[in-house]
Design a protein around this ligand. Sequence first.
Ligand SMILES: [Zn+2]
Length: 328
Amino acid sequence: MKIKGLCGNEKIVNSLLTCAVSGNLPHAVLLEGEKGLGKLTLARLTAAALMCGGVDRPCMECRECKNVLGGTHPDVIEFDDIKINTVREVRTQAFISANQSDCKVFILKCAGEMLPPAQNTLLKVLEEPPRGVYFILCCERKNEMLQTIRSRCTVYSLQRANKGEIREYLNEQFPATDEDVIADAVEMCSGNISRAVGYIRGEADNRYIQISRDIVEALLSDSEWELMKAISALEKDRQSFSPVIDTLSEVCAQALSVRCGADTSDRICADCAERLAGVYTLNQLDNLYYTLRNFSDDGDKRLNHKLSITCLCLKLRQALQRQTTVRR
Ligand SMILES: [Zn+2]
């Protein structure tokens, strides 16, 4: 079954749906994963499997399924507010019996943003949940949740999809789209399905591409001040941070391919990659690539945005300075 908004993570999807259909869904589930991997879709799908009146649950066709997936089912209550009063409201509602079904699902879309007092309030109902009540908490990183909450949840960590999965998804959802555009989307999205779809639809604000280009320019100019200036664009634009790191990694990987004799001229930002390859050695590009990848994997440790930006600036410079620059 192909589900709109979900790509990859098949094991997790199957496991959650099987649990829901067989009546074994844990009463508290924590879905962890970066923005754009389909946490909310998966939460709704799981709830649909509980509520569905069809035979092959979730059938996606019945009224129950449609309402859950559309976010309008009276017994699947979604919250995106994180205030303590909202959590108190969740607690109160959990003890009121369901409207139409024999169970109730609470989807907390931004659980990771709740402050400890709100989380502690939630903890009380997670410890002794009323019968037939399920909680699905979504967060970007499970470490955002108190250990006491985590220990009461079954945690599922959504991963980015691989290129093959993204390509298959895009070909199926956008059959009329040009193959080159699909190929670009696959390369640029770094496994994040919503970023890929945004790119195809032309909604992706191309801002992160522009920032990435400016950073490459600065790296080429070898000017500390230019680099600071280019990276500081991220200061007011948190959303672009991760896409910029991914785009830079992609450009760097392309530059490495160019250095090894490959032709990547059909790729997006190919000009940037070519120029990087013309200025920096294989070792330097390799350093730069791994610096960026580590930065991307270190998401958990990045609590202070401003500090991350300064750190990025420093690390990029270090990566390229480890050897003497060979210019040709
Ligand atoms: Zn159904």
